[in-house]
Design a protein around this ligand. Structure first.
Ligand code: SF4
Length: 254
């Protein structure tokens, strides 16, 4: 049982932000040397009402499997931008059925008919399109939750080099849980092999990072795995994750 020490000021309760920071610090200390599965299970016990947010992308099946073997009734949020590859939608259905996920929540944006009636907003303004189809629907879907589980890993980018298991989401105060923070690509592959998990079909066709169809292209050998996301554009983020108040790229699995 985890006991979260809080410094309560004389005559009062700690501020919500201070309490949250101390809670996250205590969780990181408690789980510092624990496995990804233990971190995930610890989050479900100690971090309040939690959802797993999954893109059902190249590496998503690892966390989905960990959650399923722990508790199939835990909420899983999948954002259908309505611009995804057909392969992703088919894979999402197959993986959900195979793992027996019982609380899958498929989220779609409101206002697409008004703000992107012909589906070409991504050609003119990718940030606006991601905000419309991804960021706002996710934030709305997360409203009832105290935190969410992500598949982010330290190796994915410089902004994640010091990623902890538990952190506070900038701007919302929610706890973000990153059970795979310390995993290397080989760990992901080994987990999939050992548990005989199905791969996203586009991985074998040169897509190591999979987002929306119009904004994802295959990657050549030797290229950065994320080079196929928003290729030919300066944009490198979808807006789901924030660092220091700025949107940052999401990597293979948002
Ligand atoms: S990745 Fe592309 S299509 Fe998908 S929401 Fe962002 S801009 Fe729109």
């Amino acid at each position: 049982m985890l006991h979260l020490a809080q410094k309560t000021p004389p005559g009062g309760s700690p501020s919500p932000s201070l309490a949250q920071a101390e809670k996250v610090q205590a969780l990181n200390t408690r789980y510092r040397h624990h496995s990804a599965t233990a971190v995930l299970q610890g989050a479900l016990k100690n971090a309040g009402k939690i959802a797993l947010v999954s893109s059902f992308g190249a590496e998503s099946v690892v966390l989905l499997h960990m959650l399923a073997v722990t508790d199939k009734t835990q909420p899983v949020i999948f954002i259908d931008t309505e611009m995804l590859f057909t392969e992703t939608l088919v894979y999402q259905t197959e993986v959900s059925e195979r793992l027996g996920l019982q609380n899958l929540r498929i989220i779609r944006a409101d206002g697409v008919a008004t703000h992107d009636p012909d589906g070409t907003l991504h050609q003119r303004d990718t940030d606006a399109c991601c905000a419309l189809r991804k960021t706002r629907p996710l934030q709305q879907a997360l409203t009832p939750f105290d935190g969410w589980i992500t598949g982010r890993k330290r190796f994915q980018s410089g902004t994640r080099a010091a990623l902890d298991f538990f952190e506070i989401e900038d701007g919302t105060g929610r706890i973000k849980i990153n059970p795979l923070a310390h995993w290397a690509p080989e760990d992901v592959a080994a987990y999939m092999d050992e548990n005989r998990l199905p791969r996203h079909p586009l991985v074998a066709r040169g897509y190591p990072s999979i987002g929306c169809s119009p904004c994802t292209s295959p990657v050549a050998p030797g290229e950065d795995p994320r080079a196929g996301r928003w290729r030919q554009q300066t944009k490198d983020e979808c807006g789901i994750h924030f660092v220091d108040g700025k949107m940052v790229r999401t990597g293979a699995n948002a």
